[in-house]
Design a protein around this ligand. Structure first.
Ligand SMILES: Cc1ncc(C[n+]2csc(CCOP(=O)(O)OP(=O)(O)O)c2C)c(N)n1
Ligand code: SF4
Ligand SMILES: [Mg+2]
Length: 351
């Protein structure tokens, strides 16, 4: 058996969301990852976010590549669509699915090897094409599945479990995502559920390319002294920029903050991203300032987390290309096969 199903029984009084589902309805098979792996905490945060947002599971398409991180879609949203693709190729499969049917919520889950090493080009192009998706990289700085080689996000100077020192520069996927036009960019830590769940909720509600780099320690190969992706290192160097609440259009705004500490960003669908500032003067809608801040804090040895950038009026690939709104499988033959006269018109326009 390649997976372990969870027992269906649960307590009859578990709380229900607006659709009448319990949190357990958003779970998947039993995880086979190492006990303590950060990836399992991210799966739990995804489950919590989808349950709290009352997302219908059949409206989600979860896509991944290859790696321990890419195995995780098996452990959440068991009633959703899923496609476990080839190593580093998740972004193009997700792009294709999104082109064919924009009605689903696309959730790409990947690893640092999957997205920053073999799949770096795919990652970059899905962001610059503005695919409407939530793209989460479970970043442990190693190839966990193949026993702990450095990945392209391992920091220069960090040490492998057996002492080898990484001499190559690291790729910071947050910086790349900012540079290539992602309209929602965040970093978080698998050990900080209070920060991660709202960030995932905000990303799922965001109608454009949303990217979350989630540091996720690999307890088997990258949780030792000298690693910059260990639980201890991230806890000591984590510099949170803000705390996020996601308030849906239909929910009353009840949270109280002291005046001057809150920045609200209303998204196109009416949902409000309510950011409690921890850093004075930080503007999450200024892309250039976000990049500058990222580099500045990195030079000071800090890992900045929180919602680093958001564009409240994003446009996605469909808006750029002017594609048809209905999913391709819902179009009738006449629309799919417009005939020789239409083809002739297209050919004439190209002459
Ligand atoms: C084309 C191809 N090359 C190499 C591999 C071997 N391989 C499998 S997973 C992996 C790295 C996974 O690292 P990452 O994406 O960071 O995931 P993690 O296991 O760390 O969560 C590699 C190199 C493969 N499966 N396919
Ligand atoms: S090898 Fe590392 S990444 Fe893979 S399951 Fe174990 S702890 Fe997680
Ligand atoms: Mg990895």
């Amino acid at each position: 058996m390649s997976f372990l199903p969870k027992p269906k029984l649960h307590h009859p009084k578990l709380p229900l969301n607006e659709l009448g589902f319990t949190r357990r309805d958003y779970e998947g098979a039993i995880s086979t990852l190492c006990a303590g792996c950060g990836h399992d905490s991210i799966s739990a945060a995804i489950i919590q976010a989808c349950w709290e947002l009352s997302i219908a599971p059949h409206r989600v398409a979860k896509m991944s590549g290859i790696g321990c991180s890419s195995k995780t879609p098996d452990y959440f949203l068991g009633a959703s669509h899923g496609f476990n693709s080839v190593h580093g190729r998740m972004p193009s499969v997700l792009t294709g699915a999104n082109m064919a049917n924009r009605d689903l919520l696309y959730l790409g889950v990947s690893g640092d090897g999957d997205s920053a090493s073999i799949g770096f080009g795919q990652f970059a192009h899905s962001i610059r094409r503005a695919v409407n998706m939530t793209y989460i990289v479970e970043n442990n700085g190693v190839y966990g599945l193949t026993k702990g080689q450095f990945s392209a996000t391992s920091d220069k100077g960090s040490k492998a479990k057996k002492g080898a020192v990484n001499t190559d520069e690291a790729i910071d996927l947050v910086g790349i995502a900012l540079q290539l036009g992602a309209t929602y960019v965040a970093r978080s830590f698998s050990g900080d559920k209070a920060q991660l769940v709202p960030l995932i909720k905000g990303a799922l509600r965001h109608p454009g390319p949303a990217f979350i780099d989630c540091i996720s320690p690999c307890v088997a190969f990258n949780n030792h002294e000298g690693s910059t992706k260990s639980y201890d290192f991230v806890r000591e160097h984590n510099e949170a920029m803000n705390q996020l609440d996601v308030i849906l259009g239909r929910m009353p705004i009840t949270t109280e903050y002291a005046p001057g500490e809150v920045r609200e960003v209303t998204q196109h669908d009416g949902s409000v991203l309510r950011l409690r500032k921890l850093h004075e003067g930080y503007d999450p809608t200024d892309r250039v300032a976000a990049l500058h801040h990222l580099h500045e804090r990195k030079a000071a040895g800090e890992i900045v987390t929180g919602l680093l950038y958001v564009d409240p009026e994003p446009q996605d690939m469909h808006a750029h290309l002017g594609t048809v709104e209905r999913p391709l499988n819902a179009l009738e033959d006449a629309a799919l096969v417009p005939g020789a006269a239409a083809l002739e018109r297209i050919n004439a326009a190209l002459r």
